[in-house]
Design a protein around this ligand. Structure first.
Ligand code: FES
Length: 109
């Protein structure tokens, strides 16, 4: 498996990869990462809920709150913090867009 040096933005997808809901799932160093457009910006969260690994990419959004599709735990896509249980969080990554390219900052591998 290819590993990336920490602290670098790496290309992971293109804007054209986003589906009609503004979402896609990419693989980064062996992890599935959900990229979601919320209020005009892109956010990246690990696509595995810390409860029982529900696919967060399939969850419903309520503003910045993404509800896990399995048992509805709510996660803020900006911080990854579970708004009902703040000591629980899902991993997030900084996202930037250069031209058509979506990049994630990989700094905690
Ligand atoms: S797997 Fe996400 S809330 Fe249970």
């Amino acid at each position: 498996m290819e590993r990336h040096p920490p602290g670098l933005f790496i290309p992971v997808a293109r804007l054209s990869d986003l589906d009609a809901r503004g979402r896609t799932v990419v693989q980064v160093d062996g992890r599935a990462v959900a990229i979601l457009r919320v209020a005009g910006a892109l956010y990246a969260v690990e696509d595995a809920c810390p409860h029982r690994e529900g696919p967060l990419s399939e969850g419903d959004l309520d503003g910045f709150i993404l509800h896990c599709p399995l048992h509805a735990w709510p996660f803020d896509v900006r911080s990854g913090i579970c708004s009902s249980t703040p000591d629980v969080r899902v991993r997030t990554w900084p996202v930037r867009v250069l031209g058509e390219e979506i990049q994630l900052k990989v700094d905690r591998i």
